[in-house]
Design a protein around this ligand. Sequence first.
Ligand SMILES: [Zn+2]
Ligand SMILES: [Zn+2]
Ligand SMILES: [Zn+2]
Ligand SMILES: [Zn+2]
Ligand SMILES: [Zn+2]
Ligand SMILES: [Zn+2]
Ligand SMILES: [Zn+2]
Ligand SMILES: [Zn+2]
Length: 231
Amino acid sequence: MKEHFMHPIEINFRKVKCLNCSEETDPRLAIPECHLEAESFHPETYKTHIYNLILTHPNNLERYHTDSLETYHPGSYTYIHPGRPIDSQIDLNFAQCFIRAITFGGINPMTPGYWSCCRKDLSSNGCEKVRSCCQKDDKGCSNRYKCCDGALHHKGCEKRYRCCDEFRTSKGCQYIYDVCKHKAGEQPCCAVCKKCNQTIEKKGCAMRCRNCKEPQTKKGCIKVAHNFDFS
Ligand SMILES: [Zn+2]
Ligand SMILES: [Zn+2]
Ligand SMILES: [Zn+2]
Ligand SMILES: [Zn+2]
Ligand SMILES: [Zn+2]
Ligand SMILES: [Zn+2]
Ligand SMILES: [Zn+2]
Ligand SMILES: [Zn+2]
């Protein structure tokens, strides 16, 4: 009895730490609850667009003319007879007929051809100044653009952006996000972690229990075997 008092029965008590929960005790004395295996997650997220705002044009360049259409004549000046050629032997102009009769002597009904407009010889130069393109001399018979002399169907001598009518040198008329392409001010499209700055689709930067979603440093949540570290 004395001997027993001096040398108590040795209980081989060994403290072991569970890798999945806060339990740190002899496995025989451990509570029955532990956590399920860990999953990664992002502890704090916020909604945003990715990543940088850039200035851009939503529409393409289009060709256009910087000035309006004008009418003109593509042809040069020339001289014509606007009248019809009279080739008839009978001259209805009595005065001329009379003069001719004298000139040629006797009764000669043959009269040389002439133009009805000016009564000049058929081989004479025209009596009216007109344009060769349209035989007229008014405002113009064709259209062209004042800016470049381009014809009516010419697409354009300059380029501008369809969205804002700005020149091709313009950097942009609208801010968008370079990766997600959303406009500035639109509803944020993706969730990002405050802690690691990664989108939530990427692997989490913290770990938690797959069952209770709490850190594994807390007391177990489900009846499952501990993961004691005996090493
Ligand atoms: Zn445990
Ligand atoms: Zn748990
Ligand atoms: Zn994170
Ligand atoms: Zn976005
Ligand atoms: Zn634009
Ligand atoms: Zn033009
Ligand atoms: Zn003309
Ligand atoms: Zn004439």
